[in-house]
Design a protein around this ligand. Sequence first.
Ligand SMILES: [Zn+2]
Length: 88
Amino acid sequence: MTIQTVFIPSTDEHEGVYFARYRVKWVCPACGGQRGEIFPIRSYDGSRSQVCDGWRNPCGHIDRYSQVRQEAATNGLNLKAETGGSSC
Ligand SMILES: [Zn+2]
């Protein structure tokens, strides 16, 4: 099982500043296939833009950032305690 850390907007209206890193299992939630390779993509929220991570799944299913955030919140890989320590 591959785990990837992705840098994506932490909210849909990110204003160019609200971004975070999330650890997710690198499989498509729709079909369980491998997700695609990460590449830099410019995310535009309607007013400001910022470069973050994007990927294109070989299976053709679209991953929405909102779904990735939800996945990250429930997959147990992004425990809040991990962010409070001295690790970087
Ligand atoms: Zn898929």
